[in-house]
Ligand binder design. Structure first.
Ligand SMILES: Cc1ncc(COP(=O)(O)O)c(C=O)c1O
Length: 408
């Protein structure tokens, strides 16, 4: 099996490593940008400065905050590629989904269709909504390697005349694949079904993710690949249902229309919103987002290849994973059998690996099979993944063998 060549490392204009633009600990190995993101130092400095201004003159700060949030909302929408007049700021993708669930008019006895790739917390919200409706959730099974057409058909075949809402991931969390959200939203529209697209991972990873996407609601996190401070996300609602949407916190914007009513959130620290554009600018001025995306994708090719090859050399099995429609900077490598057979086991493995070895990695599980979900960003280099191979692959193989032999 041939191992790909790694892309040349990115550096800052002064020649220092890209990683020196972040404050990630030098002792840790950071190969999991996708879960919680990482904030450039320049953005942290700006956010701290904004917080200091808020703490110095709170009245001046809060009395003008909604206008400043409105202005930054326009900037953030420009980055995401959404219309600022249909884009609200929310703290995270979970909040965006919660807004939709809490705002949709009650429709008795109707169904919500989700997929078995859905993010657990967002799916649980759908289940709670269905209970409030006195209805049910139907789960479409999308095989891991399904083509976009097969994925589309699996979701639409699960819909019935009672289906009111489809909740579909743009990029799936546990399985790191793209789902055909444009095609699903178009088919749903024809059948009068509302769509909520969970694009939590998307901002920053793709240049114009909402182009030709005719969904009712779309949520995306700015604190993942766009590197904004945590607590920055968008809820995009292009259609007439946007009138129904109210923030989770009722505040003084209530008489306003969508999205302005989301610009007021009472006495809340919204410096994450105000500082987020600094991260977009940091990456744009140092490397350009196009170059950054190409780098992330080529590094992910390299990482996927070296890690899967290292496993295969020991197990004799194929650890490459066909996810049907892969993502530029998020990939799956199959773990040795016996590891991360469930979501809880995958999280336990993550916790063990970070606590004992300082390796920040994401492990996932789908249909009883465990995966390492790798992610790349501009601050990662090939040596991060070479180090993963050297330090963790032998242990994972050993733990996998132990788990297999412990089976009854
Ligand atoms: C697909 C998906 N949806 C929602 C979320 C939740 O994001 P947050 O915790 O920022 O609300 C995640 C987080 O990883 C995700 O991957």
């Amino acid at each position: 099996m041939t191992t790909l060549t790694a892309p040349a490392e990115l550096t800052l204009p002064n020649g220092s490593s890209a990683a020196s633009g972040w404050s990630l600990s030098a002792t840790g190995l950071h190969v999991n940008h996708g879960s919680f993101g990482a904030v450039p130092v320049a953005t942290q400095v700006l956010q701290n400065t904004l917080r200091a201004r808020m703490d110095a003159d709170p009245v001046a700060w809060f009395s003008t905050l909604p206008e400043r949030v409105g202005a930054v909302r326009r900037e953030i929408a420009g980055f995401v590629g959404s219309d600022p007049d249909t884009t609200a700021l929310v703290p995270n993708a979970s909040a965006g989904a919660s807004v939709v669930y809490s705002s949709l008019p009650v429709t008795r006895d109707r169904e919500i269709v989700v997929t078995d790739h859905g993010y657990g917390a967002v799916t649980m919200g759908a289940e709670r909504l269905a209970r409030r409706w006195g209805g049910t959730v139907r789960t479409a099974h999308v095989p891991l390697g399904a083509t976009p057409q097969e994925a589309h058909d699996a979701v639409m075949d699960e819909c019935t005349s009672r289906t009111r809402l489809i909740v579909i991931d743009h990029i799936t969390s546990a399985t790191a694949r793209l789902l055909p959200v444009r095609e699903i939203s178009a088919s749903a529209r024809e059948r009068g079904i509302v769509t909520l697209v969970d694009g939590a991972h998307v901002p920053g990873l793709y240049a114009d993710p909402l182009r030709d996407l005719d969904c009712d609601f779309w949520v995306g996190n700015l604190h993942k690949f766009a590197c904004g401070p945590r607590g920055t996300a968008v809820l995009v609602a292009p259609g007439e249902l946007s009138d129904e949407l109210y923030p989770l916190i009722d505040s003084w914007g209530a008489p306003l229309g969508f999205p302005e009513r989301f610009d007021s959130q009472g006495t809340l620290d919204l410096t994450s919103y105000l500082a987020a554009p600094k991260s977009f600018e940091f990456i744009e001025t140092n490397w350009g987002w196009d170059t950054a995306r190409i780098y992330m994708s080529r590094l992910a090719d390299y990482a996927e290849s070296v890690i899967a090859t290292a496993f295969s050399e020991e197990t004799g099995e194929d650890h490459h994973v066909d996810v049907g429609s892969s993502v530029n900077a998020l990939r799956l490598v199959r773990l040795p059998s016996g590891l991360a057979k469930s979501h809880a086991e995958a999280d336990a493995l993550r916790d063990l690996v970070v606590a004992q070895f300082g390796i920040e990695a994401a492990f996932t599980s789908f249909e009883g099979v465990g995966y390492y979900r790798l992610s790349t960003h501009v601050y990662n280099t090939a040596s991060d993944f070479d180090s993963f191979v050297e330090r963790l692959v032998p242990l994972l193989i050993e733990w996998g063998r132990a788990a297999q032999s412990a089976r009854p």
